[in-house]
Design a protein around this ligand. Structure first.
Ligand SMILES: Nc1ncnc2c1ncn2[C@@H]1O[C@H](COP(=O)(O)OP(=O)(O)OP(=O)(O)O)[C@@H](O)[C@H]1O
Ligand SMILES: [Mg+2]
Length: 177
């Protein structure tokens, strides 16, 4: 089983970070033709995992979500990366946070398409207005950096999920992604 888009993985792993109480979540997407690499890194300062939980998290039958016996987010990303000539790592420390990193061979025929980064980032930011997100996208020479703290600075108290702000962000992100 594979998720259709890389953005589906980003959404799942970032929502793990939100559920873990992360207040600062960094999402990094780097695509480099030279080096044949596509790298996703998601870092949070949430509750983190003990070594046992971090090991168990790679098991599809482990979840701490209530009334849920399977947790597929991490195993699916690990499986996809390994299937696409890449690798996966999960580093976590209780009380400190978690970093999930997945690398893919950019030219692998099974590499899922990136998907809609703009909508994914927008959805994460507006549905979790209390979270500080930093999103970095590097595609060969180009780099785009989006930091919700900068947006808050411009908004002067208007919530990031205000309909007019969402419209603005949609246009702004659309110009860059
Ligand atoms: N960033 C994180 N910080 C702390 N714990 C985490 C983090 N990510 C995952 N976990 C733990 O690992 C478990 C497995 O995560 P995974 O994404 O595989 O499944 P899930 O989120 O429980 O369910 P699903 O992703 O299928 O909806 C989680 O239930 C949680 O206990
Ligand atoms: Mg999950």
């Amino acid at each position: 089983m594979m998720l259709e888009h890389l953005t589906d993985h980003i959404m799942d792993i970032a929502m793990n970070s939100v559920r873990a109480g992360g207040r600062n979540i960094f999402i990094d997407v780097v695509s480099k033709k030279e080096g044949n690499l596509l790298c996703l890194t998601i870092t949070d300062d949430g509750m983190g995992m003990t070594e046992d939980v971090a090991r168990a998290a790679k098991d599809p039958f482990f979840s701490t979500k209530e009334k849920k016996a399977i947790g597929l987010g991490i195993p699916l990303l690990q499986g996809a990366a390994e299937m696409c000539g890449g690798d996966f790592s999960l580093e976590s420390a209780p009380g400190k946070g978690t970093t999930v990193r997945a690398a893919f061979a950019l030219d692998h025929p099974d590499l899922p398409p990136l998907g809609n980064l703009k909508e994914t980032i927008l959805l994460l930011c507006v549905t979790n207005p209390e979270v500080h997100f930093v999103f970095r996208y590097q595609d060969d020479g180009k780099e785009f950096l989006f930091d919700t703290n900068e947006i808050h600075g411009l908004l002067d108290g208007v919530p990031i999920n205000h309909p007019e702000v969402i419209d603005f962000l949609e246009r702004y992100l659309g110009e860059h992604l």
